[in-house]
Design a protein around this ligand. Structure first.
Ligand SMILES: [Zn+2]
Ligand SMILES: [Zn+2]
Length: 280
């Protein structure tokens, strides 16, 4: 089996990834059908919505500030507790460990719009948005992983990725359960666990699809990246993707003061209190 996989990788053949083919539809169906159905039958409490909001912001920023701007692009440095918090929050978004996510992301920048680009927008909206996750990537390359596998906290998060993901789903259930029993636990799990995971996944996916198809290119048209201010509203500032592709080491994605970039505001706040430093 292992030899077959190695041969397919050598021949650059994309085979189905049954794990994601099963997992993603479960999350999608739970969100699109289960979440409204539970709301209709039992209703959601203020606590369910609060947990949804907190976990949406925390896990979203874990990806944008942690996985993306801190680990992938090393646009700033920060204290170890902040780094651990960002790695845990990012892990709860169910977008792979930072080791894998960041290796994929650096390859996206290096090979943008080419066959080796993991979420190549030249293959169309749906491929770059979500279909790419259903295929094993024969172009995954250890040379990109090697950029991150000397970081002990990235390796720690990779090792404990599964318990981190489970904690992110168990936490809303536990809080809801303590508040109002089994129904409370299940309601919080549906909204702040399943629903929140689906929304954060799709907001990240929008960067790879929408921000490579529609929008302006004020920083240059050397690749398909686009600026889309309205995508920034749901992705904590990552919609200024054309600027980002042209200035990947900048801790800001929206460089102007009025650009909606909450990730930049969080990083700047960390600078102010001495918990982080800019690199450039
Ligand atoms: Zn991109
Ligand atoms: Zn990037």
């Amino acid at each position: 089996m292992y030899q077959v996989e190695a041969a397919l990788k050598t021949q650059k053949i994309r085979v189905l990834n049954y794990f994601t083919i099963i997992l993603f539809p479960i999350i999608s169906i739970a969100t699109v059908i289960g979440v409204p159905l539970f709301g209709y039958l039992y209703g959601y409490t203020w606590l369910d919505w609060t947990l949804f909001g907190i976990l949406y912001v925390a896990t979203g920023l874990g990806i944008t500030v942690g996985y993306h701007r801190l680990i992938s692009h090393r646009s700033f440095t920060c204290s170890t507790p902040v780094k651990i918090a960002l790695l845990i929050a990012g892990g709860c978004a169910l977008e792979n460990s930072a080791l894998k996510w960041c290796a994929d992301h650096v390859r996206h920048h290096a090979k943008v719009d080419q066959e080796e680009d993991p979420y190549n927008a030249k293959k169309g909206f749906w491929y770059s948005h979500v279909l790419w996750i259903f295929l094993k990537d024969p172009y995954a390359d250890d040379k990109y992983t090697a950029l991150f596998n000397k970081d002990k906290w990235v390796l720690w998060q990779h090792r404990y990725y599964l318990p981190i993901v489970i904690s992110g789903l168990a936490l809303p259930f536990l809080i809801g359960f303590l508040y109002s029993g089994w129904i409370g636990g299940f309601g919080a799990f549906m909204l702040a666990g399943m629903g929140r995971t689906f929304v954060v996944l799709n907001s990240t996916f929008c960067i790879n699809s929408i921000c490579h198809i529609w929008g302006k290119q004020p920083s240059g048209a050397l690749n398909s990246s686009r600026d889309s201010w309205w995508i920034s509203l749901i992705t904590f500032g990552e919609g200024y993707h054309n600027y980002h592709h042209n200035h990947p080491r900048d801790w800001r994605n929206g460089p102007k003061w009025y650009n909606f970039d909450p990730s930049k505001w969080l990083i700047f706040s960390l600078f102010l209190v001495g918990l982080a430093k800019p690199v450039l």
